[in-house]
Design a protein around this ligand. Structure first.
Ligand code: COA
Ligand code: MG
Length: 292
């Protein structure tokens, strides 16, 4: 897991952009980021009213410290330009771009958003883009997409659209998505981006959610998409280091400093540079989460 050059994004709460009630509710929930969705959560007939509602919500509601993101429709839909045009006046903190297939497509989307931001007197360089990898081409083109640079800050792994395209059969254990899920985390780390993990669709399976968070962390993910308020506490906790992890990391870093680094034994285990680096990552995440 890489360091956190940008803001803490343990939980990205998706909220249907045509639901005033859920958007208002989201401003009270413990999500690091709120994603006002114009894509899959909104029926085609509701897109125009959802854009207007999202713009109004961005203008009038107090989201506190929560990041305010808008998920637009994919480039191929022909809806993306209007999604941006109709919401940019709300000055969101950034956009989530679904179904990105090629770096060329990402470049077009980015140019469109930057032009709109400038037209509204915004500093386009401060607007974050979070890129969803959820198509077969997106997975094939990961090295170029991950290397795009600013304003891309995170890669998000979307399993269900990919499964539909590839003909995967989804299972609770998720072995079928291990390759792309792991590839997204590695591509993100290679370019200092955050990696945000897949949606857990079962709304009342806390143990299953916890297990999926744990495995996402094992793969290098720093956060997860969330679809229901009940999932937030589990996800925030899972993507924050535990007290034991922090204590252990502090012990490793202190011991390394005392030994002048190199390899040494601690509690019957070898510690060397990569182990120290992992401990430093835990401490960076703990600091970002306000735990130390
Ligand atoms: N954001 C904000 N509030 C939400 C929410 C969300 N994603 N999901 C549910 N809530 C609110 C409900 O409004 C309700 O609050 P209320 O009683 O004050 O109205 C409360 O949480 C409990 O909701 P519940 O009745 O259990 O869920 P539901 O049947 O209303 O909705 C879903 C279930 C799945 C439709 C809903 O959770 C949802 O819309 N999720 C996001 C879907 C989405 O964005 N998908 C695209 C990305 S994958
Ligand atoms: Mg989707």
């Amino acid at each position: 897991m890489s360091d956190f050059p940008v803001r803490l994004r343990r939980s990205l709460l998706f909220v249907p952009g045509d639901s005033r009630r859920k958007i208002e509710k989201a401003t009270t929930l413990p999500a690091d980021s709120v994603v006002l969705d114009l894509e899959d959560a909104v029926a085609p007939a509701n897109k125009p009213q959802a854009r207007a509602l999202v713009r109004a919500a961005l203008h009038t509601l107090d989201f506190g410290a929560r990041e305010r993101l808008v998920r637009v429709n994919p480039w191929s839909s022909g809806l993306l330009a209007d999604d941006v045009r109709e919401t940019i006046a709300g000055k969101p903190d950034g956009y989530v771009i679904p179904k990105v297939r090629t770096v060329d497509e990402l470049g077009r989307v980015c140019a469109l958003i930057e032009a709109q931001a400038r037209a509204h007197g915004m500093d386009a360089s401060r607007m974050a883009l979070l890129v969803l990898i959820e198509t077969a081409l997106g997975v094939m083109n990961l090295p170029a997409i991950a290397a795009f640079g600013a304003p891309v800050q995170a890669l998000i792994f979307g399993a269900d659209d990919l499964a539909a395209e590839v003909g995967m059969v989804r299972t609770p254990a998720g072995l079928e998505v291990l390759y792309p899920r792991s590839a997204v985390a590695i591509a993100a780390a290679a370019h200092g981006l955050q990696a945000i993990d897949l949606v857990f669709p079962a709304l009342n399976d806390e143990a299953g959610l916890e297990a999926e968070c744990r495995f996402g962390r094992q793969l290098g993910y720093s956060g997860k998409m969330v679809i229901h308020p009940n999932q937030l506490a589990v996800v925030n906790r899972a993507f924050s280091p535990s007290a034991e992890e922090i204590a252990r990391a502090q012990r490793i870093v202190q011991a390394a400093e005392a030994h002048g680094y190199g390899a040494f034994a601690l509690d019957g285990r070898m510690v060397d540079e990569p182990i120290v680096k992992q401990a430093q990552n835990v401490l960076a995440r703990a600091r970002a989460a306000g735990l130390i």
